[in-house]
Design a protein around this ligand. Sequence first.
Ligand code: AMP
Ligand code: MG
Length: 412
Amino acid sequence: MATCCDDNEHDPAAKSVAAALEIILAAASPSSHSEVRALDDASDRVLAEDLRTEQPIPAWPNSAMDGYGLRCSDGPGSRRCVGAAFAGHPFTGELGPGECIRIMTGAPVPADVDCVVPQEQCERQDDRVEFRSALRPGANIRQAGEDLPAGAVALARGTLLRPAALGVAASLGRTELRVYPALRVAFFSTGDELQGLGAPLAAGQIYDSNRHMLRALLGRLGCQPLDLGRVADEPAAIRQALTEAAAMADVILSTGGVSVGEADYISALLQELGQVSFWKMNMKPGRPLAFGTIGSAHFFGLPGNPVSTVVTFYEFVRPFLLKRMGKTEPWTVPSLRLPCATTLKKKPGRTDFQRGRLVATAEGWQVAPVGAQSSHILSGLAQAQCLMVLPAEAGDIPAGSLVEVQLLEGLV
Ligand code: AMP
Ligand code: MG
């Protein structure tokens, strides 16, 4: 059976990663529906409204330090402490000439006070306070509106609600947020050799790892995963899975059977059931890829080799899902350029996504390959923190060269 052929590099008919991504992103548009959810249930959803501040943030001046609050125009020298302001407990009195108050971080700064001196720079004896630092108007006071003025967009429509964004929404007092619906993503793996977890392996069988990786990848994106299980390399079974998936999901993912082997039925079935393009991708790993629609659902036929499944997910499926979820740019995995710590082995012809780890050196961060780089070596990917994206035309890349690094750590 012909599968993804890692050794045959050059194929003039193969599509570039950039060209495929452009087509895929052009097909992704956010839902026209939105729903209101409790703030605590909106994590990893995408905001479908602009959130504006009603009041400035902070709403009133408050102290940035524990210390003493005073009026600079009273001149240098000591002050008499006449009261205290705590967070949640404002000072309600008035400040006479030569007076100060004890003030804590987050406490409202009274109108009479224009400077807070940190307590480490104060000497207190009974009610007298001496200051060891110069008195400067505005020092250690967080001004009203310093974070956001009233009426500002605190979070724009299209924001992915990660923890800090939820915190901003909470700081506005919002209990509910209008968000785009979670995408329903149906997925299944194909292959007669696949066995489910918990059952013994017969001769020639392997455990199905792709489906478990897809579930976790989808979960991190806040999608609703619809697991359709393992499907045999039989046209009738695959047809049924695709039909069932198209009826219940916004997006369908399959793995395996997308190549040109004798048991690879995905392409023929998709031509029968929907509008789908098949691409030989000019990348490694991940040569075969299908993309299109079945009914109203979008479909990705990912290659079966587990490393190829994950790499094509990050490069194509994830950007598609983020855009389809309503998120604004960027959709692709963030990348930076780092020197490589060792020579990177590569044949010219395809864009290579080598698995790497970050290495701390005296000269700063570098990147080094991890594990063997074949598309069936999943253990290397499990140790990887990043993908090193090596250009199609490049051959071996000498140590010290700057290479593009896509960080996988911390990705939703
Ligand atoms: P295919 O794309 O179906 O030709 O499969 C390519 C390679 O990936 C073969 O070695 C398969 O056994 C393997 N493979 C396919 N699907 C899975 C899966 N779900 N889990 C683990 N390995 C798989
Ligand atoms: Mg197969």
